[in-house]
Design a protein around this ligand. Structure first.
Ligand code: FE2
Length: 301
């Protein structure tokens, strides 16, 4: 199948490659940032994707002490390690290997995300997904997803898919992940392929999609126009109704993400993501005054 241009159907080609850049955040956690490494490296509705991976506790042990968020969702997927989440609402979430925390900051949350291990590998991802204007001020909430709640589909040619959000298909049969029904309707899958094995996933034509390779390499796109992506490369995908990926000679492991774009202005100031500068200034004032985490007096707009 090939790209047929203006109809939007066919296999999505690689439109743009974003190399993950080494950076640090929180109290000095070393990570690699692909999406969100600049304001030009976003893909509506996705704002940021960080990968952290280290065997050295000095790279992660200081964690992310108490900090605020407003206006979007954060998704933490822990591949290896042990992380404790605590927030101002009194929620405590113990993230272990394979677990996901889906947090909706909404109007405001103040939380900490602290590694609980002192040795061994800490590895995982944090993804930021925007909220539409009408949901930015909804009450904060979060959901801890145990690894047992995340379906795993074994692929016929070898390899497997873990479905965190959205739906994948096995022999035409839908396999839904635990997160469904959000306005941005995100697809979030973790795919592992042995060398040379191919995988395809249907994606709605009007959704934005990107892939992030975190082990090995892969050829992405229709057979006549594949691009080879190496470890730590993200690729924004062009229009189409499906994605095709073939693992390189060393196999591949990657995240495939897609979502319904919001088409709204994005104004970000650190951990606050709103639609206007005035709303950002309000968020800063609300954080300083304690209003950020006070229960709303009136229903969210
Ligand atoms: Fe956070």
């Amino acid at each position: 199948m090939s790209n047929t241009g203006s109809t939007g159907t066919g296999t999505r080609t690689v439109q743009r490659i974003i190399q993950a850049l080494p950076t640090s955040d929180g109290a000095g956690v070393k990570l690699r940032r692909s999406l969100g490494s600049s304001q030009f490296a976003r893909l509506d509705p996705f704002l940021m994707l960080d990968e952290f991976s280290s065997f050295d506790p000095n790279d992660y042990i200081a964690g992310f002490p108490s900090h605020p968020h407003r206006g979007f969702e954060t998704v933490t997927y822990l591949l290896d390690g042990h992380m404790l989440h605590e927030d101002h609402l009194g929620n405590r979430g113990d993230l272990k290997t394979g677990a996901v925390q889906w947090m909706t900051a909404g109007r405001g949350i103040i939380h900490s995300e602290m590694p609980q291990q002192e040795d061994g590998r800490m590895r995982g991802f944090q993804l930021w997904i925007n909220l539409p204007a009408r949901e930015k001020m909804k009450p904060a909430g979060y959901r801890d997803i145990d690894p047992s709640e995340i379906p795993v589909v074994d692929l016929p040619g070898g390899g497997r898919v873990k479905i965190i959000a959205g739906t994948t298909y096995m022999d035409g049969r839908p396999v839904p992940g635990p997160i469904q029904g959000l306005t941005t309707d995100p697809l979030y899958i973790d795919v592992e392929l042995p060398a040379g094995v191919a995988f395809s996933q249907p994606i709605a034509v009007d959704y934005n999609a990107f892939i992030y390779i975190f082990e090995g390499s892969a050829d992405v796109g229709p057979a006549e126009a594949t691009k080879n992506l190496d470890t730590h490369a993200a690729a924004v995908l062009a229009d189409g109704d499906q994605v095709e990926v073939r693992a390189g000679t060393g196999g591949a492991r990657f995240l495939l993400l897609a979502g319904r774009p919001l088409g709204e202005p994005v104004v970000q100031y650190g951990p606050f993501v709103m639609n206007t500068r005035e709303e950002i200034e309000q968020a800063i004032r609300d954080y300083q005054s304690g209003e950020l985490t006070r229960a709303p007096a009136a229903p969210a707009r």
